[in-house]
Design a protein around this ligand. Structure first.
Ligand code: FAD
Ligand code: NAP
Length: 534
């Protein structure tokens, strides 16, 4: 049975990996190449080599109730969408609360991970590290890789003829920190993911003109949803997930696109893509339409060619420009793994995005290599809970080990084909997961998926919030391994924690019993459907 576990990386995935090891009675040793925790979320002007990098103003686009660790709610008074400084505050609180820092070796890079000579029988790994010029090697029973997938800039210069002649500055969004240097300049931002749209908005506050170039357009979601609730708390509910299964993808897209077009018509704003809303990783930006309607951002098609001083777009238009920001995404790889797991064009073969299929022993697991429609942190945490149980050889009733290789490969193939069918072809769509289905899938492996019918019989008030309210991570702590006694209370008070930080001035609120009655009637109807369906 695994005892000592090497954890590579002390970002949010590494932190919950340490905690999961401790919860399972394992001995974690976490290697972090920088001098502090937090990974990507620790802003620095000049981050260490090999650590992801963010801009000074970045605000997360997954809300606090949806992104927290499942047994440690984010304090009531923290804003729903946090600035990176607040996220770091939360991570530090988490590390303090569970006494995680003592297990981290800072300024220590993992250089090489290789199978021990007796791997076939022991599943052990040799981990070589380097700290301030000193090299060491140690043996571990298992390894959790938590190095993140937003570190290496994807800079596709070869697809932009003439860029080598361009006399202005060009950079990747990874190296962007703040807008000052673009004041009064004409800037083109390439890519309409969350980086491209955030940067176009910010730079356009002081630049002479921002051009936002996109090769296929995007549907733009708001952080602030109906009645001011965080959009992810509105969409990520079990009820909506269930209803979505009853609809075709086209019906669901029709509904969502209609809602978005009611705010602003994506065709009028030059943003409308040819693909449907569910076919692309969402771009969330409340400010972009304001910058477009005020002319500070102009949406343009893909760039065909650069000249020394301008960009020529695919529609034949030419614009003088001073700078280019490539917000063209990221690549990831595992150079220290010596080819045990290969990544090709951001594609990696891992069973449920966690376990390689071809090892004699399941003692190597990958954490956080998913791109969810939702937050990464609770998913990383769930993956860690599962992986540590597998390391110990513990499975829920009915399972006693990972399935044979051909079954795991079939699962990987199926997921890859489904992704290819649903998403437009792009290197950003290689590790996509839907939050509730994927969390439930892992929860089944662990034996912690909430049992809704049983909950309705034993605790209807809680069941109602689990079904209709946001599917918060606490749901996966109600029973089974790692159950947390505070989970029920956390679920029943989640709506309060959403509203509380907004109530900075006292206002009398008109209350009506109607919404509750409607909720009850709706829930009864759905419950009837679920029972029939089961
Ligand atoms: P990271 O945070 O990247 O941490 C990896 C750590 O591993 C680093 O500390 C690094 O120093 C260390 N490391 C790497 N290699 C080694 C080595 N060989 N040896 C030792 N240490 C090593 N996700 C969301 O859920 N919601 C969001 O709204 C969101 N917004 C984002 C905004 C931006 C601009 C970007 C780029 C990403 C965003 N993400 C978001 C995704 C983000 O990757 C995750 O939130 C999260 O940071 C992943 O944590 P991690 O620990 O897996 O990786
Ligand atoms: P991304 O999601 O991978 O988006 C990359 C964009 O660049 C896409 O529009 C892509 O277009 C385009 N692109 C890539 N290669 C191209 C090429 N050769 N020519 C033209 N266009 C090209 O990267 P990202 O925006 O940096 O986001 C990375 C992650 O960080 C995501 O998880 C994102 O949600 C997160 N993020 C969050 C925030 C926030 O919370 N505020 C801010 C920034 C980023 P195609 O779609 O056509 O491939």
């Amino acid at each position: 049975m695994a005892r000592r576990v090497a954890i590579i990386g002390g970002g949010s995935s590494g932190l919950c990996a340490i905690k999961a090891c401790l919860d399972e009675g394992l001995e974690p040793v976490c290697f972090e190449r920088s001098g502090d925790i937090g990974g990507l979320w620790r802003f620095e002007e000049k981050p260490e080599e090999g650590r992801a990098s963010i801009y000074r103003s970045v605000i997360i686009n997954t809300s606090k109730e949806m992104m927290c660790f499942s047994d440690f709610p984010i304090p009531d008074d923290f804003p729903n969408y946090m600035h990176h400084s607040k996220i770091m505050e939360y991570f530090r609180m988490y590390a303090r609360r569970f006494d995680l820092l003592r297990y981290i070796r800072f300024r220590t890079s993992v250089r090489r991970v290789a199978k021990c000579s007796d791997f076939t029988t022991t599943g052990r790994w040799e981990v070589e590290t380097e700290s301030e010029g000193k090299q060491e090697s140690a043996t571990f029973d298992a390894v959790l890789v938590c190095t993140g997938h937003h570190t290496d800039a994807h800079l596709p210069l070869h697809t932009f003829p003439g860029i080598e002649k361009f006399k202005g500055r060009y950079l990747h969004s990874r190296d962007y920190k703040e807008p000052q240097e673009f004041m009064d300049k004409r800037v083109v931002v390439i890519g309409i993911g969350n980086s491209g749209s955030d940067l176009a908005v910010e730079i356009s506050q002081t630049a002479k003109q921002v051009l936002l170039s996109t090769r296929r357009g995007a549907w733009i979601l708001n952080r602030v949803g109906q009645q001011g609730y965080p959009i992810d708390t509105i969409f990520t509910t079990r009820m909506k997930s269930f209803l979505q299964h009853l609809m075709t993808s086209s019906m669901a897209s029709d509904y969502a696109e209609k809602q978005l077009n009611m705010r602003f018509d994506h065709a009028n704003y030059g943003l409308k893509p040819n693909h449907r809303i569910l076919d692309q990783h969402p771009t969330v930006n409340d400010d972009l339409p304001n910058r477009i309607i005020s002319g500070r951002v102009r949406v343009k098609p893909n760039i065909k060619q650069f000249t020394e001083t301008s960009a020529i777009f695919e529609d034949g238009t030419k614009e003088d420009i001073d700078a280019v920001v490539f917000a063209t995404g990221y690549s990831f790889s595992f150079p220290f793994l010596e080819g045990y797991v290969k990544v090709v064009e951001n594609q990696v073969s891992l069973y449920k995005y966690v376990f390689p299929v071809d090892l004699e022993k399941p003692t190597l697991a990958f954490i956080g290599y998913i791109q969810p429609l939702g937050a990464i942190m609770p998913i990383s945490e769930m993956q860690c809970r599962w992986a540590t149980r597998v390391f110990k050889g513990l499975f829920p009733p009915g399972l006693n080990k990972l399935p044979p290789r051909h079954i795991m490969e079939a699962d990987i193939k199926y997921k890859r084909e489904e992704m290819a069918k649903r998403y437009v072809t792009s290197r950003r769509h290689t590790i996509q997961v839907d939050y509730i289905p994927y969390m439930d899938e892992l929860a089944c492996q662990l034996g912690v998926k909430p049992n809704l019918p049983l909950l309705f019989l034993t605790d209807p008030k809680l069941a109602l919030e689990v079904l209709l309210g946001p599917c918060t991570p606490y749901q996966y702590r109600l029973h089974g391994p790692g159950a947390w006694r505070g989970a029920r209370e956390a679920i029943l008070t989640q709506q309060q924690r959403i509203v509380q930080p907004l109530q900075t001035r006292h206002v009398e609120k008109h209350t009506s019993t109607m919404p509750l009655l409607l909720k009850l009637a709706g829930a009864l109807a759905v419950f009837a459907v679920i029972f029939t369906y089961l």
